[in-house]
Each structure stands twice: as C-alpha cells, then as structure tokens.
Design a protein around this ligand. Sequence first.
Ligand SMILES: [Cu+2]
Length: 267
Amino acid sequence: MLLPALPLATGCTGREAYEGTFGMGFPKPVTEQAENIYELWLGSTAAAVAVGLFVLVLITIPVVKYRKQSDELPRQVRYNLPIEVLYTAVPFVIIAVLFYYTTVSQNFVNDEREGGADVNIGVVGFQWNWTFRHDDAGVQVTGQPGRPAQLVLPTGRLIRFTETSPDVIHSFFVPAFLFKRDVVPGRANVFELTINKEGEYIGRCAEFCGEKHSAMNFSVKAVSPPEYESYLTELQSDPDSRIGTGAADGALRTAEEAAENISGRRG
Ligand SMILES: [Cu+2]
C-alpha cells in the first residue's frame, strides 16, 4: 500500500511522480491507443490508492482513539440510516465513474476508422509461429523455429490488423502497446492502432496454444514511413516473401484457408 508512494518521497515532481507512483511497472506506451489505456490505468490506480488510504485512516482513528479504556461495555448502537445510505451510495458512484472512463477508453481503442486505415496488416497465428502479411504490398514474413518473425511497421500511420488462425486460439500481445487480442480460428479479429514512437518491441503469444506455445515470440520494429517503404521494396525483391510463393507458402496457405473459412461463414 505504501510502496507506490515511494517515488513521491524521493523528490521527483509533477507528471514524473504521478507516473512513478501509479504506473506500477507498466511499460511506457508507444501507441496513441496505449497512451489512452495508460492514462486510464494511472487514474484508476490513483483512485484505488486514495480510497485505500481513506479507509486506512477511517480504521486507524477509532483503533487508536477508542482503545479499551475500562471494563465498562461501550454504548451499544445499531442502524444508522444516513451512514448506511452513504456507504452504499459512495461505492456506487466510484464504480460508475470507473465504468464511464473504462467505456470511453474501450471505445477509443476499439474504434475503426471509416474508409479504412493507412496500412493493412494480416496477422496469422498458427501452431507455433506467426505470419505477418503486408497486404497493401503483397508480401509477408513468417517466423521459423529459432528465428522469430519481425513485423516492421511505420510510425504515425493508422494500422489495421486483421487476425486469423488456422488451428487454435492464439493471442497477439505486444506489451509496449499495452494491448493484446486473441487470434481465433473461424473469425477475423480486427483492431487499429497508431504507433508514435520508433523502436523495437517484443511480442508474445499470450494464449496457451499447445506444446510450443512458448516459442511463439516475435518482434515489432517501428520505423519512419520512408524506411517502411524501402523495407517493403526490399521484401518485394525477395521471391520467398511474396504472398503465395516460396518458403513462406506453407504458412500462407493456412492463412488463406483461414480467410476462406471466414468468408464462407460470413457468406
Ligand atoms: Cu500461440
């Protein structure tokens, strides 16, 4: 309870102290959506700590002030309507406020822009690796055992991810995005985000999916849009990377099967 208050005591100020106190080890967000989630986290933790401290004070005061003073039994009371109404209403208000901010944040994170995103990425989770399709450029990368796939993405662009699985449920999880979404066979899960910080971020499968689940690692590399373009051009010159050809074909076929499966169900 008192631990998170430590950074406050160490003399850092303002925003820094706020994050240090209530961030509780959350990774620094690197997407617009993650920043929103991060603020929600900081705010709810701050509220929880405030409520916790308030309750501690309310407990401590009577414990100290009304210690046993004699063998005489204190006045016995029951039913205090105003207080009972208060401690029913106040938690309700707290929950309502948290619910409101959670819903606002959730809507923001789940928002899909009308008219489509700037970049379209296909994410295929399969036992036990990942294929990332750059659908606009017709190329893809597939992780191999011992050689995790790297998903290169541009910063400052709205990216739409469409997730499919040919086998079991996986989960696309990038801690720095403060976000994960299950990859479910038989349906396409879609989400959008905008990365605002260049860098390399680790990714994991966050849903136990079988024997080699722990090997389903990948990385996300966020680069500037021009760098992303030249990366795509480079990838296009490698015939193995083209969708439907070469070494990645096996994984891609499963992706296509998944896509067919989906359109079949929808139709
Ligand atoms: Cu998995």
